[in-house]
Design a protein around this ligand. Structure first.
Ligand code: SF4
Ligand code: SF4
Length: 336
């Protein structure tokens, strides 16, 4: 395993971290096995979230007795002071600790969310207070859209110590902003290193990521020992060969016409459909086998794929020329 410093947090982290979505598919005993396998391979960073159902709880159980060997990162979708304050306490309890190393504002997006979150009674104040009280060590943020990424590291660079964003072979749209993170010493955390399960050659996927010096750490979701061993093999640190680069181009071509990168350029849909969110949920269903989890979130959305009237407006805006209407039809069928 290789280790690095997570930007201005100063935390010494393994460059491969444990992503906390797949642990939801196991049970507490399964989580213990995954955590044990990770420790055996030198992984010392785990990422979870209030939104990942039992993930925090399972990890709390799994790291019991080894708290000092882990750097714990979690996150919350709360935007107000009271809600974030409450979530921090729940995370501490779930993770069975009195200290969380990194607490992140989860998937911030709209102007309204930014205003609330960083306003007088916003979530950020609760995080800053918790930091002053020693309940959390550092504050970070996560986003899926380039605009939010840009705002976070330009308008709030004095508040944000880490930035998490999708980065993988087919989602490299944030290259320039990642470079800016390096310049500002903001630790960059690559989420979705396997493109939401769309990349079959996982070693190549990690090799691609670690060939970019602007990526500090990648957090593949791991649900068993086999995945842990694969994601920590020596091969992931090898330089990209010419054949690898050609393969990346091929993968981009293959997935390029079928794969939503969640850039958000297609918005707004006149029918109020959150297009990338629909694709994200169906991806969890298809690739991760999280049917209940994905469907619960899918049906919690006010408008879903079935509300598409086929106007085509979104397709004129998608920089990847995705056949969005066709894809939404398949999405609605899979989610039915
Ligand atoms: S084609 Fe469907 S999803 Fe796209 S903008 Fe029109 S209604 Fe919205
Ligand atoms: S459908 Fe296209 S424009 Fe919309 S988020 Fe996905 S990749 Fe971006």
């Amino acid at each position: 395993m290789k280790y690095t410093t997570l930007g201005k947090t100063g935390l010494k982290v393994s460059v491969v971290g444990l992503g906390g979505i797949p642990v939801q598919r196991t049970d507490k005993a399964g989580a213990v096995e995954i955590v044990k396998a990770c420790m055996g391979q030198g992984i010392n960073y785990l990422d979870t979230a209030r939104g990942y159902t039992v993930s925090e709880e399972y990890f709390g159980e799994a790291i019991k007795g080894n708290r000092d060997k882990w750097i714990i990162a979690t996150k919350s979708m709360s935007r107000t002071y009271d809600a974030m304050k409450a979530d921090i306490e729940i995370s501490l309890k779930n993770l069975q600790t009195d200290y969380i190393d990194l607490y992140q504002i989860h998937n911030i997006k709209t102007d309204e969310e930014f205003e609330t979150c960083f306003g007088e009674n916003g979530a950020y104040r609760a995080l800053a207070e918790a930091k002053a009280e020693g309940k959390i060590g550092h504050i970070g943020a996560t986003a899926h859209g380039l605009e939010a990424f840009e705002r976070l590291i330009r308008e709030y660079e004095d508040k944000i110590e880490t930035m998490m964003f999708p980065y993988n072979i087919v989602e490299n749209q944030a290259d320039a902003l990642m470079k800016e993170c390096t310049e500002k010493n903001i630790g960059f955390i690559a989420m979705k290193p396997m493109a939401g399960g769309n990349l079959d050659d996982t070693k190549l996927a990690l090799r691609y990521i670690f060939n970019n010096p602007d990526c500090t750490i990648a957090i593949p979701g791991m649900g068993n020992e086999e995945e842990v061993l694969s994601n920590t093999s020596e091969e992931i640190f090898q330089p990209l060969s010419d054949a690898d680069k050609e393969e990346c181009v091929k993968i981009r071509k293959e997935l390029g016409s079928q794969f939503c990168r969640r850039c958000g350029y297609c918005a707004p849909c006149p029918q109020g459909i959150n297009i990338p969110q629909n694709f994200l949920m169906v991806n969890y269903l298809r690739k991760y086998g999280l049917a209940d989890w994905a469907k619960a979130r899918y049906y919690a959305m006010e408008k879903t794929a079935k509300d598409c009237v086929g106007c085509g407006t979104c397709e004129t805006r998608c920089p990847y020329d995705l056949p969005i209407r066709e894809m939404l039809k398949k999405c609605a069928a899979d989610m039915a």
